[in-house]
Design a protein around this ligand. Structure first.
Ligand code: NAD
Ligand code: IPM
Ligand code: MN
Length: 369
């Protein structure tokens, strides 16, 4: 999805690659291969440095996010290409909390941009819906809410046990994501914005969202903005997704809504995302997780990671290469060069090879529609 403010716009970029666990480690190398190929004809040097952070390292060495990692990424890299974290051998999910949520919080990546775009009519489960109906973007607040880890357990493992998980919302945090969503709509010429919360049941936390939204929207009278409660929004996205351009919501609701949106557009295997702080090192990852039950079989869909890479190129200011990647993905979908989750017969690596060949030769890339 074009229009994300760029990090450097310069002639070269340094990318930290964190493939992670399960299918994260299978799809990410395909995306790197396709990225190298798309940059070859235009001679944009991308430098990739891989980090083995994930469940294996955690189980082996007890290390999640190594000391100094945040500063290193912030100071030495333009962007991070991330796979997924999650492993049945780590039921606490501690390493994912430290690494993924740790990077989102410590790099202050307050925008989680999750486009929902139907790239081929046959991929939506909705009857009679076509590409023109499903084209929206969810902006998920990414540094606050129920994700901050404030809480505790009292009288654990007794009949009187109590668990508390606090929902933390700051005026600054709410205002910056709401404002980003409005600015994005304006920049992209999108006319409709919907803010969603649950202020009818959560008057303190989401009353703040209401107040901030009402203040900020006054500055954007050129945009048709409205509010829906999250339960209604989920229903409306299924009933008629064509009514939405930009959706902005809190951390947890954005998480849930982005999987719903992913399915409207063909499933988790296709959904990209960017964890962004404009102008600073940002992290790009497919929406899906590590899918342990299909890991190691070579059937994971790499397109989510490839489309994520296109978002990353956009962020780096490399529009032409980003567009070439998206066109190649569309061509692959048209020709059914896809993995089993999309009804195809190709392996993860075969899809990556096919795309790399299309984008890596200037003559073939120029033919992409
Ligand atoms: P999941 O996204 O891993 O899988 C959900 C379903 O979608 C599964 O049926 C899976 O096979 C399918 N799927 C997902 N991506 C696919 C792809 N690229 N190709 C084909 N099929 C695909 O979600 P889950 O099963 O709820 O979680 C598994 C683990 O991943 C958990 O540990 C969870 O915490 C973690 N997780 C991590 C991230 C992340 O790192 N960003 C995101 C979501 C879940
Ligand atoms: C996502 C994931 C993560 C989240 C998990 C793994 C903590 O589901 O990126 O969508 O909830 O943010
Ligand atoms: Mn999720």
């Amino acid at each position: 999805m074009p229009g994300i403010p760029m990090r450097n716009g310069g002639p070269k970029a340094r990318i930290a690659v964190i493939p992670g666990d399960g299918i994260g480690a299978e799809v990410t190398p395909q995306a790197v291969k396709v990225l190298k190929a798309v940059c070859a004809p235009t001679q944009r040097p991308l430098e990739f440095v891989e980090f083995d952070w994930g469940a294996d390292k955690y189980l082996r060495e007890g290390v999640t996010l190594p000391p100094g990692a945040v500063e290193m990424l912030r100071d030495e890299y333009d962007a991070i290409l991330f796979g997924a974290l999650g492993d049945p051998r780590v039921p606490s999910n501690q390493h994912a909390a430290d690494i993924l949520l740790g990077l989102r919080f410590k790099l202050d990546l307050y925008v989680n941009a999750r486009p929902v775009e139907l790239l081929h009519d046959r991929l939506t489960p909705l009857r009679d819906r076509t590409e023109k109906d499903i084209r929206l973007i969810v902006f998920r607040e990414n540094t606050e809410g129920l994700y901050v880890g404030v809480g505790g357990v009292f009288k654990q493992d007794t009949p009187d046990e109590i668990a508390v998980q606090e929902d933390v919302n700051s005026r600054k945090g709410v205002e910056r994501i709401v404002r980003y969503a409005f600015e994005y709509a304006r920049r992209k010429g999108l006319k409709r914005l919907c803010m969603s919360d649950k202020s009818n049941a959560m008057p303190f936390a989401h009353g703040l969202w209401q107040r901030v939204f009402k203040e900020v929207r006054r500055e954007y009278t050129d945009i048709d903005s409205r509010h829906l409660f999250i339960d209604t929004l989920a229903m409306e996205m299924v009933r008629d997704p064509s009514q939405f351009d930009v959706v902005v919501t809190c951390n947890l609701f954005g998480d849930i809504l982005s999987d719903l949106g992913a399915q409207l557009a063909g499933g988790l295997g296709l959904a990209p995302s960017g964890n962004i702080h404009p102008g600073q090192t940002s992290l790009f990852e497919p929406v899906h997780g590590s899918a342990p039950h299909i890991a190691g079989q070579g059937i994971a869909n790499p397109l989510g990671s490839v489309l994520t890479s296109a978002m990353m190129l956009e962020f780096l200011g490399w529009r032409q290469e980003a567009e070439t990647l998206r066109r190649a993905v569309r061509a692959g979908l048209r020709e059914n060069c896809v993995t089993p989750d999309l009804g195809g017969k190709q392996s993860t690596a075969a899809v990556g090879d096919w795309l790399a060949e299309r984008v890596g030769r200037a003559d073939l890339a120029a033919q992409l529609k």
